[in-house]
Design a protein around this ligand. Structure first.
Ligand SMILES: Cc1cc2nc3c(=O)[nH]c(=O)nc-3n(C[C@H](O)[C@H](O)[C@H](O)COP(=O)(O)OP(=O)(O)OC[C@H]3O[C@@H](n4cnc5c(N)ncnc54)[C@H](O)[C@@H]3O)c2cc1C
Length: 300
């Protein structure tokens, strides 16, 4: 039987895996992809040791580190349930079932949807949730970024280098992302920031050709060929039934990354640990594996 299954291969899951391999645990990583949100990040300037690195470059380094340690990986596999029975944890995926003595849930977060007419219809037809992945498709086009937090600013900063014009549609009074990033945008010629504006529909024919927005005193259409939805993230914790979560659906952990179920640990953005950052997720992944190591030693 495996010592450990790690769910997710973002910074938390990959770091947990590297630590587990170095403790010579029998382990398996199951993940939908490699890199998680870090693969969607544009410029990263706050991961110690790298004054500047792009998300895809950092993910390539993480992957290389995992491969160097010969870590078993099931990629493109979706975990749909976990269950603890006696001393085993069963992990059910869309492709099979696995068992281990312990599990680390490091399944991170995913983008929230707008929930307006046209969103479903134009997904991947001009409407996207990932500027890093899809931004290059919008060269010389007019695009809208929906949101005003760090993810939205990151997307807008990537897009000003590619698109003709970038509209930032922000529902509250002011942008809430880092002031340094705000300054970069405010100094850019091809950006229009619209505060207190709400998207009410995404319009188009075969592809997006406009968005409808509502402000305090008017409703209007803005012609755009691309819409980047960056309004926040929700935890990928739905499969973790029976595990205590907070009101945001984040998995509750103690300072050793234990959940309420012995043998089930969690790390990174999927947890209630404050602040969601790459370096924090990676550190939490390391801590979770050291917690697992202590737990396994006690089982022996
Ligand atoms: C646009 C953007 C820019 C950012 N920029 C920065 C930055 O500059 N600096 C910084 O420090 N942080 C940044 N962040 C935040 C940072 O990316 C996250 O805090 C970090 O990636 C969290 O790591 P994680 O491993 O906890 O989760 P994630 O990165 O979300 O990884 C989760 C992993 O779990 C997998 N998964 C999810 N559900 C399942 C399932 N059911 N079954 C199997 N696998 C599953 C996913 O495929 C993924 O591999 C940014 C985030 C975004 C969105």
């Amino acid at each position: 039987m495996l010592d450990l299954i790690i769910i997710g291969a973002g910074p938390a899951g990959i770091t947990a895996a590297v630590y587990a391999a170095r403790k010579k645990m029998d382990l398996l990583v199951i993940s939908k992809d490699i890199g998680g949100q870090t693969a969607w990040s544009g410029d990263i300037e706050n991961y110690t040791g790298y004054q500047f690195v792009t998300g895809p470059e950092l993910v390539a380094k993480f992957e290389e580190h995992m491969k160097k340690n010969n870590i078993a990986l099931k990629e493109n596999e979706d975990v749909i349930g976990i269950e603890k029975k006696k001393d085993k944890v069963f992990v059910k995926t869309d492709k099979g079932e696995y068992e281990a003595k312990t599990v680390i849930i490091a399944s991170g977060k995913r983008s929230m949807e707008l929930g307006v007419p046209g969103e479903e219809e134009f997904k991947n037809k001009g409407l996207t949730y990932c500027a890093t992945c899809d931004g290059p498709l919008f060269s010389e086009k007019d695009v809208a970024v929906i949101g005003g937090g760090n993810s939205a600013l990151d997307a807008a900063l990537q897009l000003i280098k590619i698109a003709n014009h970038v509209y930032i549609i922000n529902i509250v009074k002011e942008l809430t992302g880092d002031p340094v990033e705000q300054d970069k945008l405010k100094n850019s010629k091809n950006v229009t920031i619209m505060n207190e504006a709400q998207v009410t529909a995404v319009l188009g024919d075969k592809f997006v050709n406009a968005i409808k927005i509502k402000t305090k005193d008017s409703e209007k259409e803005i012609p755009v060929q691309g819409v980047f939805v960056e309004i926040g993230l929700i935890p990928n914790s739905g499969f973790a039934k029976g595990i205590d979560k907070n009101e945001k659906q984040e998995i509750k952990v103690d300072s050793y990354n234990h959940t309420n179920i012995p043998g089930v640990f969690a790390a990174g953005d999927v947890t209630d640990v404050p602040e969601k950052q790459i370096i924090i997720a990676a550190g939490e992944g390391a801590k979770a594996t050291l917690g697992v190591f202590r737990y396994l030693s006690r089982l022996k």
